[in-house]
Design a binder for this molecule. Structure first.
Ligand code: NAP
Length: 335
């Protein structure tokens, strides 16, 4: 008999998620039916979207999320025992999966390609959602050109650190904004960003004016809020903004229409193109993003860092730690 552990949602988050909003419970796994297979989680992802998207499922559901799991039983000839798959099945150690299960993003399970010596956890980050958000978001939304200046917020995190490196490959001057000196040092000294700004200790507006005297052409926005208002105010005519995320507003109640900062004059006067995107838009090109990012890792053009928390029981600590800025690069949990 297999016993699964899972986190269930007791209460929707009000402001920052609290440990008591979730409970860790056990569940007996039933016999498989035809077409199903059973996976055992190896790595689970913790992502900012889990904060606002928790409202998309009913209370009492398993906490949402994706994982890389090993198939340990199967009644589906396409998914064989021993293979590793990516699946959006939530915060669970063992899961009976059907090939149509797609989670909140309707992204169905797929077999992880063999990446040899690299950690399989990359399937949750650089070779998964965050890598594809960085790759498609920068290339398809920002229309980056060599010689232009790119600003990336959330630059010490999973998507931001990746997007900035793609910008460097394309010949841009890249400025990263993030929340600690350690992350500033990492993105500058190891990832090759031209400049890094610690928004918690520096005056972002003043530093940007000094290091980007010719203003900003592209903005890859992961955070929204005041940081983004400052960046928008220093953009060149016809600048492009890829709006990937707005973590500074995830604490809001999704049922209440937000009272936004008045940024329209900035967009109008510089005639900016601002476009929100979800990486899932390129679901039909997912493998292209995977292959491109894998090639760049092999060529040492994309460097990754993972903050790995050990132990399924520590999912909540990994999640809240990532939201509070304690992780660098991609935050994952190893069971
Ligand atoms: N559009 C898509 O398809 C897509 C896909 C993946 C992710 N995203 C979005 O992209 C963004 C980054 O995601 P990620 O997975 O790479 O997460 P991440 O950057 O690795 O982790 C989140 C980081 O955001 C920073 N942060 C937290 N609160 C903040 C605030 N109020 N203002 C400024 N920064 C704050 C913290 O780092 P600091 O130390 O820098 O404060 C925190 O560690 C998120 O907004 C996420 O929702 C979008």
């Amino acid at each position: 008999m297999v016993i699964a552990k899972k986190f269930v949602i007791n209460k929707y988050f009000e402001g920052e998620p609290k440990r008591s909003d979730l409970s860790l419970v056990e569940e007996e796994i039933p016999e498989l039916e035809d077409g199903e297979f059973l996976i055992e989680a190896e790595y689970l992802s913790v992502d900012p979207y889990m904060w606002p998207y928790v409202y998309h499922v009913p209370l009492g559901s398993t906490m949402i999320g994706s994982q890389i799991g090993k198939i340990i039983q199967t009644k589906n000839s396409k998914f064989r025992v021993g293979e590793y798959i990516f699946a959006n099945v939530g915060w669970r150690t063992h899961t009976v999966v059907n090939e149509d299960d797609g989670g909140v993003f309707e992204q169905t399970p797929y077999i992880m390609p063999d990446i040899e010596d690299l950690p399989r956890s990359l399937g949750l980050g650089t070779l998964g959602l965050t890598g594809n958000a960085a790759y498609f978001g920068l290339v398809e939304i920002c229309f980056p050109n060599s010689g232009e200046t790119l600003v990336v917020s959330g630059a010490g995190g999973a998507v931001g650190s990746h997007a900035g490196q793609v910008g460097k490959m394309l010949g841009m001057t890249v400025i990263g904004i993030t929340g600690s000196d350690a992350k500033c040092k990492w993105i500058k000294e190891e990832l090759g960003f031209d400049h890094a700004i610690n928004y918690k200790t520096q005056d972002v507006a003043a530093v940007l004016k000094e290091i980007a005297p010719n203003k900003i052409d592209c903005y890859f926005d992961n955070v929204g809020g005041e940081i983004s208002t400052i960046v928008l105010s220093q953009m060149n005519l016809l600048g492009r903004v890829a709006l990937c995320g707005c973590i500074s507003s995830y604490d809001g109640d999704p049922k209440i229409l937000p009272k936004g900062t008045n940024i329209q004059p900035l967009i109008l006067s510089a005639q900016l193109k601002v476009e929100g995107f979800l990486a899932m838009r390129w679901m039909n090109r997912w493998a292209e993003g995977f292959d491109q990012n894998l090639e760049w890792i092999r060529q040492n053009k994309i460097k990754y860092h993972e903050t790995v928390t050990e132990g399924f029981e520590n999912m909540f600590d990994a999640f809240i730690g990532m939201l509070q800025g304690n992780s660098m690069g991609k935050a994952v949990v190893k069971v």
